[in-house]
Design a protein around this ligand. Structure first.
Ligand code: PLP
Length: 400
């Protein structure tokens, strides 16, 4: 009989995928489903990027590439670091994998001993703790509340550090809350790290370009350059350039770490797709004007969603600084009863009731470690968002 490895004991199929599958079922039954669960932009990959892929394909760029990234792509990433963050790196401080997710996986596989701790400000992207667990580490979740803007405070960081701490995982702007850390926030956290030279920092910058109201994104090394010998910057083309399916992410960090991560990748997936790498060069080097256009469109959608949610009795939603997620509280409807007798016991019950009755799919906060909340991904059209908000408001009005 099948016997799963014990390292998988605490892991399950992602709740987001489960909800997505149920939404697909309802759709197949003919229901007008609106999915506000997906973590990807609804835009298409820009044509200039697609054209670069076609050219690469036609030029026979179809073989194995250098193990953890082509020289061309590493050079483009070095240029991006200089252009966007005023940081100077060389190609051997860069590694490329099949998505930011693989970069994170390589980093944890390359560094964690059994029992090593990783501090994860929570609500968090579930993948962080799952990867830490697969790699034998222990996720240390630090709850960051609504009234602290869902951001880790220096005091919380200080209290969470133990002799076993290897990493702090920082994600700004954040999935699932959209909260972002400004330069002062990061400087204050860095000050705590100054007293703990063995604690490394992983900065997941994947949503850097999706920021609202003129928020100024900074990556920690811009504020605390002295963290350079223990900082891994994680980024990729998935969200900024609407390239989730191409699977290209990258890491920038100290050479010994980058080399160790390459060993992990060399014995698992080898190089990321040659054609996708060529496309990523164009994404990073080519025209960047669509970033602002798409960002403004995300801001409009955010405002629609946040304003509408805040007008619904029982719900409340902080206006996030970035990404394309809002993390709304449903504290005011917990304990209420639907006309069919269903009780809104928790955020899972609320989200599943909404999916079944209104056909709007969202992910309960429980999936991200903080309840009673739900995450809305607003990477969908204004028309669909409007429709979804009308349905949610109407459904909530039936609760008593
Ligand atoms: N980091 C965060 C915070 C994310 O939300 C996601 C995707 O949902 C990723 C990384 C992964 O991106 P990639 O497609 O590059 O693996």
């Amino acid at each position: 009989p099948f016997r799963p490895a014990s390292r998988l004991a605490k892991l399950q199929v992602s709740e987001i995928l489960r909800i997505g599958a149920r939404a697909q079922e309802l759709k197949a039954m003919g229901h007008p489903v609106i999915v506000l669960g997906a973590g990807e932009p609804d835009f298409d990959t820009p044509d200039t990027i697609k054209d670069a892929a076609i050219r690469a394909l036609q030029a026979g760029d179809t073989k194995y590439t250098a193990l953890d990234g082509t020289p061309q792509l590493k050079a483009a990433i070095v240029r991006k670091m200089a252009r966007d963050h005023n940081l100077t790196f060389t190609a051997d401080e860069v590694t490329v994998g099949a998505g930011a997710k693989q970069i994170l996986y390589n980093a944890m596989m390359a560094t964690l001993e059994p029992g090593d701790e990783v501090i994860i400000p929570t609500p968090c992207w579930t993948t962080y703790s799952a990867i830490v667990e697969i790699c034998g580490g222990v996720p240390v979740h630090v709850p960051c509340t609504d009234d602290q803007g869902f951001r880790l405070t220096p005091a919380q960081l200080h209290a969470a550090i133990s002799p076993r701490t290897r990493w702090l995982m920082l994600n700004s702007p954040s999935n699932p809350t959209g909260a972002a850390y400004d330069a002062d926030d990061i400087a204050a956290l860095a000050k705590v790290l100054a007293a703990h030279p063995d604690v490394w920092i992983m900065s997941d910058d994947i949503y850097e370009h999706i920021v609202h109201d003129g928020f100024r994104f900074v990556t920690p090394l811009q504020v605390a350059p002295w963290l350079r010998d223990r900082c891994l910057i994680v980024n990729g083309v998935s969200k900024a350039y609407a390239m989730t399916g191409w699977r290209i992410g990258y890491g920038v960090g100290p050479r010994p770490l980058i080399r160790a991560m390459a060993v992990v990748q060399s014995q698992s997936t080898s190089n990321p797709c040659s054609i996708a790498q060529a496309a990523a060069v164009e994404a990073l080097d080519g025209p960047q004007d669509m970033l602002a256009i798409r960002r403004d469109s995300f801001t409009q959608r955010r405002d629609l969603v946040v304003d509408r949610l805040n007008a619904i009795p029982g719900l409340s939603c902080r206006r996030p600084e970035g990404a394309f997620y809002a993390y709304a509280s449903c504290a005011g409807i917990i304990g209420m009863t639907a006309p069919d007798g269903q009780v809104m016991q928790d955020d899972r019950a609320f989200c599943s009731w909404l999916l079944e009755t209104t056909h709007v799919a969202m992910v309960p906060g429980a999936a991200f470690g903080v309840s009673p909340y739900f995450r809305i991904s607003y990477a969908t059209s204004m028309a669909e968002l409007q429709d979804a908000m009308v349905r949610i408001a109407a459904a909530c009005a039936t609760l008593s």
